[in-house]
Design a protein. Structure first.
Lengths: 299, 249, 301
């Protein structure tokens, strides 16, 4: 029943870093009402990710990032173009483009994954927290055994959180009133682009931890949990990260320890459990807020 | 302070939403400096599109014919303030009235700087001008419609601009707010500011405005209220032809 | 990718293949026509949520069926399970969206994460079950026409046919609801019940499609053919018919392609076909629109 140093600690660290990376920017996405756009990006980068893997022949981070970035740009261009040409609702064009690219990625994954042992479809789709082992080598320094996914996530988490802190007020204004932000000249193009690039980067970095299908859980849910209780953007981000971290660790522990406790043969999928716990907390948090409001109104 | 030059001059300006149709065609007019000008016209005439297009907020507007104070907008951004329609804004956003008013200062504050006390007191002063000083800590979602509109006006005022462009400032606000907004704008004009406001209500245009631009896809008439809103012009813009004879039956 | 030439030639198809292809075709017709309504009501992303939300229901149905000893693979049991959770999602998401701070976008994201998260958790139980197959989850996610039997295909075709019949019978009421809900209410139509009917039709579509198009990709068969038909235009009835035809085409193409190429999931093939048709229709739509506007100006003269 004890958490093990080799398995659970790296997994929890990877999870926390993924949550910081995605959860911070997720707040702005939720404020911009673009959470589903992020979900679409998470699906659409799959072909680029797999292509990057196939070209480089390994899980090279750079190749996968380049591939994913290309796919992300293509998906955004395609959906913007088709929306303008057809005047359908944005959700429809977004849905068509991202499922199309995702399907392409799945075909690449299934046909090539059958040949390449290293490319595991389950891992790309549902994450592989369970496979992040810490193997300390006896003769080398401690950091040699740290899984590479953790280093990548650490870098991305640092980048995104410092980006959010440095450009907090501009990003908030851009979400609140994009016209005013553009008119005042405080939201230049590069800021919006940098934001999108960082969102895509955190999605790609997190797919190893939670999988591409459930990134939406750690991206949108923490912000939505914090939203009814926050009075400022900074407050919302802080609260969302604190609650998100606590709840995702709860989710991980449920997935990891429940089977050991009840002696069921299998491990539960931890990415799914984390997404489930986070999603359940959202209506709960909104209901709590309502009850508190009703109480304060009664007084 | 230099106030010379026409605050806004449009020359054959066209704008649309990129699907081939132009909502605004060949609009040309020049605002009188230090005046309150109303932009009036029927629903769907493209009044908001004209405003947004002139400010470069639409990707498919050619702003070559738009001159602010005789210069392109990028040179004089700080001197032009914009107040969006209240419905364009997400009022569930986690921000207080003071936060919103301070947004008008972001350009002056600059990147990497926090909103410090000096800026906050400036924003508070703007809130006081619109009678909102006692509610500066209130989340914007809990304000009434009129109060929200006042906060938006405070955000435009705090910018210290010489031209104020407002999109439907008097829509769905209480009477007290309307009076207050009107008075604040009048005072601002007296001190040399120019105002261009999209206005929907022909009935009370005269209460607040000096000039009017009558607009229906393009400029129908422009001048002082009495000239621009002469009956003949109104009939043309609102297509109020004589009633057809068979409509009585 | 190895191509077996026999699979592409119709005379060599067995009865099973023909049955499955027919099932796919009926599903394609249903998806295209229901999709037109989904698109008109701007519920594309809700359809995505509903598709994903079949996953936990299927897992529960399998586990229940196994533990009750009636077998976890009966198609009707799986339809019932998947349909229940999909309906729950399709009903609860608009309800969640009414919270001011959540909005449609947030509600979709929460429902997607919650239902799909639950689905993957339950599926890890299914996969450790002695009767559960290892690759079963991926087959269900992306669809596999090769894995279903002719009786599966017959049952999904039956569901799709019933749904199509309902759609045809209530066509004018449903189309008024999709076009203008307020007008429908003023006319005294039972909008509440019609609303539910559309939700049930959506659920029937994702349930019929989950084995062939896959729960993660079924949404594209709903919206892409409908969007393609929509941009070509015409009356609503014509759009629905056209969408159904495009749906049949894409479904059959997808099923055939996944038979021909090893490891290509049926749902992915259908999705790519549908996306390709949609993008091919965009330049065509310009021609149609130009022709229509010309004829209408001539008529005005």
């Amino acid at each position: 029943m004890m958490p093990s140093l080799a398995v659970d600690v790296p997994a929890v660290i990877a999870l926390m870093l993924a949550l910081v990376a995605c959860g911070t920017l997720g707040n702005f996405l939720v404020l911009r009402k673009e959470a589903m756009t992020a979900d679409a990006i998470a699906h659409a980068v799959l072909p680029g990710l797999v292509a990057g893997f196939l070209v480089s022949g390994s899980r090279s981070i750079t190749a996968m990032f380049v591939g994913a970035a290309c796919a992300g740009v293509i998906s955004i261009l395609l959906s913007n173009w088709s929306r303008r040409a057809t005047q359908l609702e944005p959700g429809a064009t977004l849905g068509i483009v991202f499922t199309g690219l995702f399907a392409l990625g799945v075909i690449l994954l299934e046909t090539q994954g059958a040949r390449q042992v290293d490319l595991d479809a389950e891992c790309v789709l549902f994450g592989s927290l369970e496979t992040l082992f810490y193997v300390p080598a006896s003769d080398a320094s401690w950091y040699e055994g740290v899984p590479r996914a953790i280093w990548t996530l650490a870098v991305i988490a640092f980048l995104t959180s410092s980006f959010a802190v440095l450009f907090m007020k501009e990003l908030a204004l851009l979400a609140f009133d994009p016209n005013a932000a553009r008119h005042l000249g405080v939201a230049p193009r590069w800021l919006e682009r940098a934001f999108l690039v960082l969102v895509s980067a955190s999605i790609v970095a997190s797919f190893e931890a939670v999988g591409s299908v459930l990134v939406i859980g750690i991206l949108a849910c923490p912000a939505l949990i914090a939203a009814p209780h926050a009075r400022t953007v900074a407050g919302q981000i802080t609260l969302s990260l604190l609650l998100g971290l606590a709840l995702s660790i709860l989710g991980y522990s449920l997935a990891a320890f429940a089977p050991r406790l009840f002696h069921t043969p299998s491990a539960l999928n931890s990415a799914g459990m984390i997404a489930l716990v986070l999603a359940l907390a959202v209506p709960l948090s909104h209901a709590l807020h309502r009850r508190r409001q009703r109480k304060s109104n009664a007084i | 302070m230099s106030r010379q030059g026409c605050p806004l001059e449009l020359e054959r300006f066209s704008a649309g939403y990129g699907n081939g149709d132009c909502v605004v065609r060949d609009a040309s007019f020049a605002l009188r400096s230090g005046c309150m000008t109303a932009l009036v016209g029927p629903n769907g005439a493209g009044k908001s599109t004209l405003l947004k297009g002139a400010l470069g907020l639409l990707p498919h507007a050619n702003t070559a014919g738009v001159r602010f104070f005789g210069q392109p907008l990028d040179k004089v951004r700080a001197r032009v303030a914009y107040l969006p329609q209240r419905a364009d804004i997400d009022w569930t956003f986690p921000a207080s009235a003071l936060d919103v008013a301070a947004m008008g200062l972001y350009r002056k504050i600059g990147f990497f700087h926090r909103v410090r006390g000096k800026w906050k007191s400036e924003a508070r002063r703007a809130l006081a001008m619109v009678g909102m000083e006692s509610l500066d800590d209130m989340p914007i979602g809990e304000l009434s419609g009129g109060q929200q509109q006042r906060v938006l006006l405070a955000r435009s005022l705090v910018q210290g601009a010489d031209l104020l462009m407002l999109d439907e400032p008097f829509v769905n606000v209480d009477f007290a707010t309307e009076e207050r907004l009107g008075a604040v704008l009048r005072d601002a004009c007296r001190s040399g500011m120019s105002v261009l406001a999209v206005h929907h209500d022909l009935g009370d245009v005269r209460r607040y405005f000096d000039d009017a631009v009558l607009f229906d896809g393009t400029v129908v008439a422009h001048g002082s209220i009495d000239v621009a809103l002469a009956d003949a012009n109104l009939h043309e813009a609102f297509r109020l032809g004589p009633p057809p004879e068979d409509s009585i039956a | 990718m190895s191509v077996d030439p026999n699979t592409l030639a119709i005379p060599f198809w067995g009865a099973n293949t023909i049955m499955v292809t027919l099932g796919c075709a009926v599903f394609g017709a249903l998806a295209g026509s229901v999709g037109t309504f989904v698109l008109a009501r701007k519920q594309s992303l809700l359809a995505d949520v509903a598709g994903h939300a079949t996953l936990p229901g299927v897992a529960i149905a399998f586990l229940l069926g196994e533990s009750l000893g009636i077998g976890g693979r009966s198609p009707w049991l799986l339809f019932l399970g998947g349909g229940t959770t999909a309906l729950l999602a399709a009903w609860s998401t608009p309800w969640l969206a009414r919270h001011k701070r959540l909005g449609a976008d947030g509600a979709n994201a929460v429902a997607l994460a919650g239902f799909f998260g639950l689905g993957t958790v339950l599926f890890s139980l299914v996969q450790s079950h002695p009767a559960g197959a290892q690759g079963g989850l991926r087959r269900l996610l992306f669809g596999s026409a090769a894995a279903i039997t002719s009786s599966d295909a017959a049952s999904l075709a039956m569901i799709a046919l019933i749904a199509l019949a309902v759609l045809v019978l209530c066509f004018k009421e449903l189309s008024l609801l999709a076009f203008d809900e307020a007008a429908a209410r003023v006319l005294g139509l039972p909008t509440r019940r019609l609303d539910w009917m559309l939700l049930l039709l959506l659920v029937a579509t994702v349930v019929a499609g989950m084995q062939v198009a896959g729960v993660a990709l079924v949404v594209s068969m709903l919206i892409a053919p409908a969007a393609a038909a929509r941009i070509i235009g015409g009356s609503f009835a014509r759009t629905v018919t056209l969408a159904a035809c495009i749906g049949i085409l894409c479904a059959v193409m997808g099923a055939t392609a996944s038979r021909g190429f090893e490891h290509v999931p049926t749902g992915s093939a259908m999705t790519i076909a549908a996306t390709a048709v949609f993008f091919a229709c965009i330049p065509c739509s310009r021609l149609f629109r130009a022709r229509r506007s010309r004829t209408s100006t001539e008529a005005r003269r």
